[in-house]
Design a protein around this ligand. Structure first.
Ligand SMILES: C[S@@+](CC[C@H](N)C(=O)[O-])C[C@H]1O[C@@H](n2cnc3c(N)ncnc32)[C@H](O)[C@@H]1O
Length: 263
């Protein structure tokens, strides 16, 4: 099982002294910082009011605790929570180790590197358009540095590509994964196009795993694209992203093994 806490350190073949850093998802980095500042202010009010206005102090403490808890939850979900969930999802696939895996919208590679570790004799390919507003410090170079730090550079490729127009031949990959990326594409038709592309590059019998806000809405599109075994599952508290009760779904699907399918 992968370590799930904090920033992954180089080891097991990673370059000594380098640490993989996966950034913070979304424009929410600002939100997290704002939350911490708010919590600090609430603490200050509580401290100042503690003698003369204990009720105000108590309320400020409660507000501060709620904001701090929300920020902590966000940071947990964007880091160790996400990596823990994906480690589990990838383990559930029971990979042999020689598969070709594609990560659509890989960003700095949190999921890509987890996949790469599981395919020592295979390939892990990540594509992205590297939008900074979707992940802090997002760049192809950051993903490449993380591959070195994680000791998987030999089997990782990263390429500039839009999810709606993947530069791969049909049936190129055994597994296609995507984490929190497709929802960033504007318009339902653009998202549907990205899903069809993910299915197109999947080999017959290949498997697809997408974790994304609104991934439950992807299920009909995947069925229409010819996928079988399409299931949706809520991923629980690790995907709260600062909002208790908010769950990000996983949609799982497979491309039928029958080469005569409609795809
Ligand atoms: C929230 S980040 C998630 C990154 C990574 N999958 C992860 O979980 O750490 C969303 C990613 O989707 C990428 N993205 C947005 N629109 C895209 C598109 N049309 N094609 C490919 N990637 C896209 C962004 O550049 C960003 O790297």
């Amino acid at each position: 099982m992968e370590p799930v806490a904090g920033v992954t350190t180089a080891g097991r073949g990673g370059r000594a002294g380098q640490r993989a850093r996966y950034g913070i998802d979304g424009g929410y980095a600002g939100l997290a910082v704002f939350g911490l500042i708010e919590a600090g202010l609430a603490g200050t009010v509580a401290w100042a009011a503690r003698r003369r206005r204990p009720a105000v102090a108590a309320l400020a403490c409660l507000g501060g605790a709620a904001v701090a808890g929300s920020a902590a939850s966000y940071l947990y979900s964007t880091g160790p929570g996400k990596r823990g969930i994906w480690a589990q999802l990838l383990d559930e696939l029971g990979l042999r180790g020689d598969e070709h895996v594609l990560d659509v919208g890989c960003g700095r590679g949190a999921v890509l590197m987890l996949a790469a570790r599981r395919v020592p004799a295979g390939r892990a390919v990540g594509v992205d358009v590297w939008r900074r507003r979707d992940q802090s410090g997002n760049s192809r170079a950051a993903a490449e540095r993380n591959a070195v730090a994680e000791g998987v550079r030999d089997r990782v490729e990263v390429a500039d590509a839009d999810a709606r127009d993947l530069p791969f031949a049909p049936a190129s990959f055994d597994v296609v994964v995507s984490s929190l990326a497709i929802s960033n594409i504007r318009g339902a038709s653009g998202r549907a196009q990205a899903l069809r592309e993910a299915v197109r590059v999947l080999r017959p019998g290949g498997r697809l795993r997408i974790v994304d806000d609104g991934a439950d809405r992807y299920a009909p599109v995947l069925r229409e694209a010819g996928c079988t075994g399409v299931t949706v599952r809520q991923l629980g508290w690790r995907t709260w992203y600062g909002i208790p009760g908010h769950h990000i779904p996983l949609v799982a699907a497979a491309r039928p093994a029958d080469p005569g399918s409609s795809l």
